[in-house]
Design a protein around this ligand. Structure first.
Ligand code: AMP
Length: 396
């Protein structure tokens, strides 16, 4: 993985290892975990540390408790699930983070034991990346492991600050994210195709600008596409328009031309007369969407064009749905792109967020090379930015 040390580069036996994980799982009203996928993804690193006889101190956050202890955001249900997933392992829950309870639980640990600390965001110093707080966190352990890829774009005490006070290495999940994504972006097998969709142009400008220097083909779909259609003089009815980024859209089209990047926009759209699954539908030219109609999905001609681009590709990165896929009647474009990726021989990378849930929901997840666990972190990586939580780790 790049040039950062990972857990396999250090000796962890009998050491207290503070592991930052992504523990922000969805709960129902009775605080039962409704989907433990996130916890499952952390297990390779946790099991490795247990098997190598480390004393494993797990920390992470849940929700936004605004810097004070709030039982509604307790990690107790997460600790319970870890205990279920690790039969035969001693798993204890500490009711605080750096307090007496945590220190006593850690002092009582044997090699191979696990202690899960309470929600690190119960301290406002966490998100403020307060060095004194980071130092106290570090004092609980001998080694720091970051395996919370989805939080690594944030410079918080438990993702960045603490790494300055301890030997700091990456876990397996972070390692895989970097290997696959940074590998694909910096040394792609070509043709390299990026597909971007979703609602907001603003969120993706940085990604588009960076990818224009890397890809052979850039495909834009989803709600974003209408701003590009408008920028080229199209009539887009009531479709999503990011008025303040029409100029930026034109600029990106020009940049693509200068750089010789094949920039593909939808040529048709499935439009609706209301923002609803049951609205009337018609397929229209993207440049002439009738007044009052909303472009909700890419149309059949666009699907064919996008599929042809994917068919030739050796590397494909996809972030953002092609339409309002939450409505069954407008999910076809997103489904067709997912199917095209699933059937291609290319390295296929799904960049988190809505496209990851669409791919899972539509049953194509196991056909992809990699589905990223980070939404915001993935976008920042695609923008070519450094993730502070990863930069802070020790170099090899
Ligand atoms: P983002 O968070 O920017 O990736 O956007 C994801 C959201 O974009 C999803 O909730 C989609 O429903 C929405 N979306 C995709 N296409 C459209 C569209 N044509 N009009 C409105 N919203 C859209």
């Amino acid at each position: 993985m790049l040039n950062k040390k990972t857990v396999t580069d250090i000796d962890v036996a009998s050491r207290r290892v503070l592991v930052r994980l992504e523990l922000n799982v969805p709960l129902d009203e009775n605080r039962n975990i409704t989907d433990d996928k996130r916890i499952q993804t952390t297990l390779p690193t946790v099991r490795y540390l247990i098997e190598h006889r480390a004393r494993v101190i797990i920390c992470g956050h849940m929700g936004r408790p605004k810097g004070k202890a709030d039982p509604a955001f307790s990690l107790a249900p997460v600790a319970k699930r870890f205990a279920e997933l690790l039969p035969g392992v001693s798993v204890a829950f500490a009711t605080d983070v750096i307090g007496e309870n945590a220190r006593a639980a850690i002092a009582a640990m044997q090699d191979g034991d696990v202690v899960i600390l309470e929600n690190v965001r119960f301290h406002k110093e966490e998100t403020a990346n307060d060095p004194a707080f980071a130092r106290k966190l570090a004092a609980l352990a001998d080694i720091y492991v970051n395996d919370a890829f989805g939080s690594s774009h944030r410079a918080h005490a438990s993702t960045e600050g603490v790494a300055h006070f301890l030997p700091a290495v990456a876990g397996f999940l972070v390692g895989k994210e970097l290997d696959v994504m940074v590998g694909a972006i910096s040394r792609p097998k070509r043709p390299f195709v990026a597909i971007l969709g979703g609602a907001k142009v603003e969120d993706k400008i940085g990604v588009i600008v960076n990818l224009l220097n890397k890809v052979d083909t850039l495909i834009i779909g989803g709600g974003m596409a209408y701003t590009f259609a408008k920028a080229q003089g199209g009539s887009i009815g009531n479709s999503l328009l990011d008025e303040s980024h029409v100029e930026a859209a034109l600029d990106m089209l020009n940049q693509a031309k200068q750089k010789g990047v094949n920039f593909l926009l939808p040529v048709d759209a499935v439009a609706a007369d209301a923002f609803s699954n049951d609205a009337n539908r018609r397929t229209v030219d993207i440049m002439s969407i009738p007044d009052g109609w909303i472009g909700m999905d890419i149309g059949p001609k666009s699907i064919e064009i996008f599929k042809a681009a994917v068919a030739d590709a050796q590397t494909v990165i996809w972030n953002g749905p092609m339409g309002v896929f939450e409505f069954k009647n407008f999910a076809e474009g997103t489904r067709a792109v997912a199917e095209a990726l699933a059937g291609s021989g290319a390295v296929t990378i799904i960049g988190g967020g809505d496209s990851a849930s669409a791919v899972r929901q539509m049953g194509y997840a196991d056909k992809m090379t990699h589905i990223s666990t980070g939404g915001g972190a993935t976008l920042e990586l695609l923008e070519g930015r450094e993730l502070p939580g990863l930069t802070a780790l020790d170099d090899k």
